[in-house]
Design a protein around this ligand. Structure first.
Ligand SMILES: *[C@@H]1O[C@H](CO)[C@@H](O)[C@H](O)[C@H]1NC(C)=O
Ligand SMILES: *[C@@H]1O[C@H](CO)[C@@H](O)[C@H](O)[C@H]1NC(C)=O
Ligand SMILES: *[C@@H]1O[C@H](CO)[C@@H](O)[C@H](O)[C@H]1NC(C)=O
Ligand SMILES: CC(=O)N[C@H]1CO[C@H](CO)[C@@H](O)[C@@H]1O
Length: 504
């Protein structure tokens, strides 16, 4: 604990959160499918390699050398595959949700191939790594990607020393490689950009490195992923729902199992997210088959969509209706706050306002920039505004001037339009094209709910498309790790392919 009087407010919130955490993940925003417990689709044995918690003391404010306050940051380590002591270290960056362990996805497969140690720190403020007991807007001012990147750098050094102590070495430096998906994919790219001496390379899986204010491409991609028939049905539903709300028939909210959402915008946002998630996580048919069928047979479209929302999105997928409620987003209790925290990052740094395009929109036109700005003001008060210009000036957006970063995005994923567009020698970018290839398919396979052990690709509509990109990713990792080693990391002599994966 630090010296400031405010330090008293800083707590290792572990005790509190152990009781309260229910793994609330902001699924509506963009995260990997929910924890087991909140929906049926998250449950799977062997979903995690480890859930054993470790802790380190982290600096609260990396940009103020006179502020010595610290907080407890949670992390995980998995050493079963580690070719000790000289193997590489794979740092998996956890993003905007409670980080409940090291997932058993394709990263595990790669770690095994490379003999890598796996480590994964939780993002500051999320889960059990909250510096404050109460997440008032004032207390959220240390929540930013810039602070989070410094956390990663400090963690990287801390863990290297921990490893050295474990193997009785001093001054050794293993070859590190960073990984992340979605927002954490952007952090992965930015980490390599800002701290190139601390990692041999980066995988930015669906890495959203471009902050976007009016993110209309998101809705457009949903239309493209849905195809003309399903898109038209979705648009018809929106028209019907808008009409009901227009004429004051709030009972329509009941139909969707969301009577508690007083604000029409919040309700419409829930419906838009419910549709997006089908494509984002690779389950298009669950949504589109019944809708297209209903349209052909003249069955009530609104009821068909309502059934999908209630049965699939809320029931199976585990989405939380309350999380769309701005009243709920004002709750400052850490365990209740993943959604609030991500909205803070949206409202202060990256925006990604998923507004309706002027033409041919799927979501209601009422979901516009105004809706988002009102939400930001209502939930966080005056003065919280996403300066996307400065965010992109700082990192470079899609013109990021990094190196040894591999980008991968799924063809059906609405988020891909915030990822890096063009491939270059130093920063290759791959598009994984298949009917159910979505967000972070390279790591998680498809569909992503239910979760696939080791990121199994066999259920992708084109497993070859995914396997091909995975092979390319592995080749880049192999090359960049070996180049790193040439520069004096770990002294292990090379054997054929330096990392012993010649047989891939
Ligand atoms: C650690 O290394 C030092 C210096 O080489 C050596 O003296 C010591 O015995 C080692 N300790 C263990 C536990 O291996
Ligand atoms: C976003 O869209 C709104 C409404 O269409 C418009 O007024 C605003 O200028 C746009 N902002 C940016 C930064 O494009
Ligand atoms: C609006 O969208 C429709 C359907 O995709 C398209 O045919 C039309 O050209 C678009 N109009 C404008 C002005 O972009
Ligand atoms: C927005 C988008 O589609 N991004 C890119 C994903 O990666 C492929 C391959 O480089 C590009 O063609 C896409 O443009």
């Amino acid at each position: 604990m630090g010296s400031s009087s405010a330090a008293a407010r800083l707590v290792a919130v572990a005790a509190l959160l152990v009781l309260l955490a229910r793994g609330g993940e902001p699924v509506g925003l963009w995260l990997p499918p929910p924890e087991s417990g909140s929906g049926d689709l998250g449950a799977a044995a062997d979903r995690y390699l480890t859930r054993d918690e470790h802790w380190m003391s982290q600096t609260l404010d990396h940009f103020n050398p006179t502020d010595h306050r610290q907080f407890k940051q949670r992390y995980y380590e998995f050493l079963d595959y580690f070719r000790a002591p000289n193997g590489p270290v794979f740092l998996y960056i956890c993003g905007e949700a409670s980080c409940n362990g090291i997932g058993n996805n394709y990263l595990a497969v790669m770690a095994k191939k490379f003999g890598a140690a796996l480590v994964s720190p939780e993002h500051r403020y999320y889960g059990k790594s909250s510096p404050f007991e109460s997440l008032t807007t004032e207390n959220l001012r240390f929540l930013s990607s810039k602070q989070a990147l410094y956390d990663l750098a400090v963690f990287r050094q801390y863990y290297q020393e921990t490893l050295n102590a474990k193997y009785n070495r001093s001054g050794a430096d293993n070859s590190w490689f960073v990984f992340g998906g979605s927002y954490a994919g952007a952090l992965s790219a930015w980490f390599r950009l800002k701290f190139p001496h601390l990692t041999c390379g980066s995988l930015a899986s669906s890495g959203v490195v471009l902050a976007v204010y009016n993110f209309t491409d998101f809705d457009k991609q949903i239309g493209d992923s849905a195809g003309p028939e399903c898109k038209e049905a979705l648009q018809e539903v929106t028209k019907l729902v808008d009409g009901q709300l227009q004429s004051g028939r709030n009972s329509v909210k009941q139909l969707f199992g969301a009577p508690m959402l007083e604000n029409d915008g919040d309700f419409l946002y829930l419906l838009a997210d419910a549709a997006a998630i089908a494509f984002q996580y690779g389950n298009p048919d669950v949504l589109c088959s019944p809708l297209v069928e209903a349209k052909k047979s003249g069955t009530d479209l609104m009821e068909t969509f309502a059934h999908y929302v209630k049965d699939y999105y809320i029931g199976k997928f585990g989405a939380s209706v309350a999380s769309y409620d701005q009243q709920y987003l004002k709750n400052t209790t850490p365990a209740e706050s993943s959604y609030r925290l991500w909205w803070y990052q949206v409202c202060s740094e990256v925006a990604f306002f998923q507004v309706a395009p002027k033409n041919d929109s799927i979501r209601s036109a009422k979901i516009d920039a105004r809706y988002h700005l009102d939400l930001c003001r209502n939930v966080f008060g005056e003065g919280v505004y996403p300066d996307v210009f400065m965010t992109n000036l700082y990192y470079g957006g899609t013109r990021i001037a990094g190196s040894k970063i591999v980008f991968a995005n799924g063809s059906q994923d609405p988020w891909r339009h915030a990822s890096k567009q063009k491939s270059s020698d130093e920063m290759p970018s791959y598009l994984i094209e298949c009917k159910n290839c979505g967000h972070c398919s390279d790591l998680s396979g498809c569909p992503q709910a239910p979760s696939n052990i080791e990121g199994d690709s066999s259920k992708c509509s084109s497993p070859e498309a995914l396997n091909k990109v995975r092979k390319q990713i592995v080749d880049h990792i192999d090359l960049w790790l070996s180049e790193c080693q040439d520069q004096g990391h770990d002294k292990e002599p090379s054997l054929g392919s330096r990392w012993g994966i010649a047989t891939l």
